[in-house]
Each structure stands twice: as C-alpha cells, then as structure tokens.
Write a protein that binds this ligand. Structure first.
Ligand code: SF4
Length: 188
C-alpha cells in the first residue's frame, strides 16, 4: 500500500521513501515543516465558514481532509470539491504564489484517482490554493501527466520490492532542506 504523501517525497528524492520505509530513523524536520503545519491548521479552521464562491465552480459539496483509499494507495486529501460533472482535488500550500512542482502534481493526481473512484466522477483538473484569502490556480491534467504518474508508481513499486538503496539526482539545494541529510552522505 502506497501512502500518497510518499509519492511527492519519492519524486523529490527516492531515497527519502527508502529511509521512511526501511530505516528506523527519526528524522529532524526543518523549520518550514512546522510553519506548514500551522498554515494547514489555520485552513482547517477557516474551512468551517468558507463557501468557495470565489472559485466560480459548480460545487455540490466541499470536503476537508478527506481520507481516501483503494487497494493500492491511501491518503488524506486537503480539499476535495465535488462538482456537477467532475471532482477537483486541491492542496493548500504555504507559499505566496501557486507554483506546481512535479511531486505535488503526482500527489494530486493520486488523490484525484482515489476521489474519482470514491465519488464515481471523472477528474480533469487539479488545484493549488495558497495564502489565507484563497489565492488559487487550476491546472489541467493531460494524458502525458497520467503516463508520468503511472511511471512514477511503477518506479516506487520497483524500489519497494527490490529494497535497494536508490541513487539520487537531488540537487544540493534539495539536500539542504532534507530531513535525512545527516544520514545520507554518499550521494552520487
Ligand atoms: S540528503 Fe539529498 S540525496 Fe539524501 S535523501 Fe535527502 S534529498 Fe535525497
């Protein structure tokens, strides 16, 4: 069973998933992790009074922190918008601009697939929300994105089955913000 949050971590660096899965290490989290948690707690509070009219979408119901699962993946989506003819999964980001990186895109596709099964509705878009006043951006998902997602899942399953410490192409900047940098000193 793959945790959806691990998909983003795997894309950031496959070694992170290896450390979480196979090593009994308690990582030291960088400062931005706790400010991210505070931001999410605030969004959870704000959710109670929000109608999301600003999105101009035909929303039937909005679900906050929705647990989703199928036979291969599980996770909790920040926000799922059940619309008339589709579902849209959104993620809150503690950043000033809604910038979508590959890891977050793969993670949101995973939640969208789970939510699509749960609500029996298709998905065509994902959404990022940032700031406290619902600054948002919607991104279309195309067939290349879905192929990239399938390839990522194949790579994750391969690593989990082989149990081999993977190579990493993470940048020095990525390593500097990594919770495992003190355990990972032979990167090529
Ligand atoms: S320190 Fe760098 S190479 Fe090692 S797990 Fe973290 S991101 Fe990956």
């Amino acid at each position: 069973m793959i945790l959806v949050s691990h998909i983003r971590q795997f894309v950031f660096c496959p070694r992170i998933l290896y450390f979480y899965t196979f090593c009994d290490i308690k990582p030291v989290y960088p400062e931005y992790v706790s400010s991210g948690s505070q931001y999410h707690n605030k969004q959870n509070e704000l959710f109670k009074n929000r109608k999301f009219i600003k999105f101009k979408l035909p929303i039937i119901k909005a679900y906050s922190n929705l647990y989703l699962q199928d036979s291969s993946m599980q996770g909790v989506a920040d926000l799922v918008l059940e619309c008339q003819n589709e579902i849209i999964v959104a993620e809150f980001k503690n950043q000033n601009k809604p910038i979508l990186n590959k890891g977050t895109k793969m993670q949101l596709i995973a939640y969208s697939k789970l939510a699509s099964k749960h609500f029996n509705k298709p998905f065509f878009k994902i959404m990022l929300i940032c700031s406290n006043n619902l600054k948002f951006k919607i991104f279309d998902i195309n067939s290349d994105d879905l192929a990239q997602f399938n390839s990522t899942i194949d790579k994750i399953n391969k690593m989990l089955n082989q149990e081999l410490f993977p190579q990493s192409c993470a940048s020095i900047a990525a390593c500097m913000q990594c919770e495992f940098k003190n355990y990972c000193d032979d990167r090529e």
